[in-house]
Design a protein around this ligand. Structure first.
Ligand code: OSB
Ligand code: MG
Length: 382
């Protein structure tokens, strides 16, 4: 396995170097169609972007926090506050990547804000070394698998139509969002139409342990997994629920770092992990989780947060690591946005695979004119 300790240790020892200028942008990109989960409906993607400038190089980090606390407790505003007042001030010229992580430990929680700065620092270091981000992480170039997350629809018929479209585009697996009452009938409609489709559901915590029987009824549909059926902060009740389900439970919201992954796996609270690098504080912590899960035989896949092309590129580079054994929530750009911030867009090849962007660092370029037009707010931090 290439994913090992050595590249990470040389990476941890690398100096961040002088950063000449730091800017924070709040952008808003309209979605092609609204995206509904059990707790929220989003019509736009709002994101904080952090830009570092150093020795003629420009590096980016995208924060995955939403404008509301309906998926996670962090929001665009809290992340902006943490970056401006606590995290960016820690960037001293002589600190190393390892020092950045260590200095972050004093700041409790706020993993999404931390990941934003870490992403930008790693993009900068990769660009300075003139390597792609995946090389910096120690993984060889490869195509990655695609997957699509389909929001809650108004009727089973509308859902089947959306799944038909996804299958036609050759996505490797389809995830459908469910909530209490919009579950069995919807899953049955999709399963009847596509008996062999790699299919899973995501409840975003809409159920309680009392609903165990209703959830067990999903066992009849040969789902790959049920993602986050119970509370966003729980592993223990998930471990009880898992005992009464044949379908594997996958945790998303509950996992904020390696310690959570260790505990959830040890308890039997999940048999699969959705790893969102932004939710666990960045790429370095993601690498630790991937290694730990691999040793425990727990499959890992990369989740998504409907990112712009910046965060999407990071997720793609990350998935070149061994240990990402299942298709993730990485879809083509055109399913989210008519116009993204970056070039080139993500596309699927005719077998549904995604190429890692070419070029140094994240390998995509932010189009200045689009950034100007789509920014709601900008602030120079240094
Ligand atoms: O629960 O995985 C989730 C998007 C926003 C917030 C939470 C989730 C999602 C997705 C979409 O499922 C994943 C994507 O296409 O990026
Ligand atoms: Mg989820």
């Amino acid at each position: 396995m290439i994913v090992g300790r050595e590249p990470r240790e040389s990476l941890l020892a690398e100096a961040v170097g002088p950063v000449d200028r730091v800017d924070l942008f709040l952008v808003r990109l309209p979605f092609v169609t609204p995206f509904a989960i059990s707790t929220a409906v989003w019509t736009t993607k709002d994101a904080q972007l952090l830009r570092l400038e150093s020795g003629g190089l420009t590096a980016w980090g995208e924060c995955v926090a939403d404008p509301d606390p309906y998926y996670a407790s962090e929001t665009t505003v809290t992340a902006g506050h943490l970056l401006k007042d606590f995290l960016v001030p820690l960037l001293e010229p002589d600190i190393t990547v390892g020092d950045v992580e260590r200095s972050f430990r004093r700041v409790r929680g706020n993993e999404m804000a931390k990941a934003t700065l870490e992403n930008a620092v790693l993009d900068l270091i990769a660009k300075r070394r003139r390597v792609a981000l995946h090389e910096l992480l120690g993984a060889p170039r490869k195509k990655i698998m695609s997957g699509i997350s389909i929001g809650i629809q108004d009727s089973p018929g509308a859902l089947v139509a959306a799944v038909e479209d996804a299958v036609g585009r050759r996505y490797h697996r389809v995830k459908m969002k469910i909530q209490k009452g919009k579950d069995l009938e919807y899953v049955r409609a999709v399963r009847d139409r596509f008996p062999d489709l790699a299919l899973m559901v995501d409840a975003n915590g809409d159920y309680r342990l009392d609903d165990a029987e209703r959830l067990a009824a999903l066992d009849a549909f040969n789902l790959m997994m049920i993602e986050q059926p119970l509370s966003y902060s729980d592993f223990y009740l998930h471990s009880i629920l898992q005992k009464s389900l044949k379908t594997p439970i996958c945790l998303d919201e509950s996992i904020h770092g390696l310690d959570d992954a260790v505990a959830a796996i040890a308890l039997g609270g999940c048999r699969i992990l959705n790893l969102k690098q932004g939710r666990v504080g960045g790429l370095l912590e993601s690498m630790r989780i991937v290694e730990h899960a691999a040793v425990r035989g727990i499959p890992v896949w990369s989740g998504g947060m409907d990112e712009t092309g910046i965060g999407r590129a990071v997720n793609i580079h990350l998935q070149t690591l061994d240990g990402f054994t299942l298709p993730g929530d990485t879809s083509e750009t055109s399913r989210y946005f008519h116009e993204d911030l970056v070039e080139p867009p993500v596309v699927l090849d005719d077998e549904g695979f995604i190429e890692v962007p070419q070029g140094d660092g994240i390998g995509v370029t932010v189009v200045a004119e689009r950034l100007d037009r789509l920014a709601l707010h900008r602030e120079r931090l240094r």
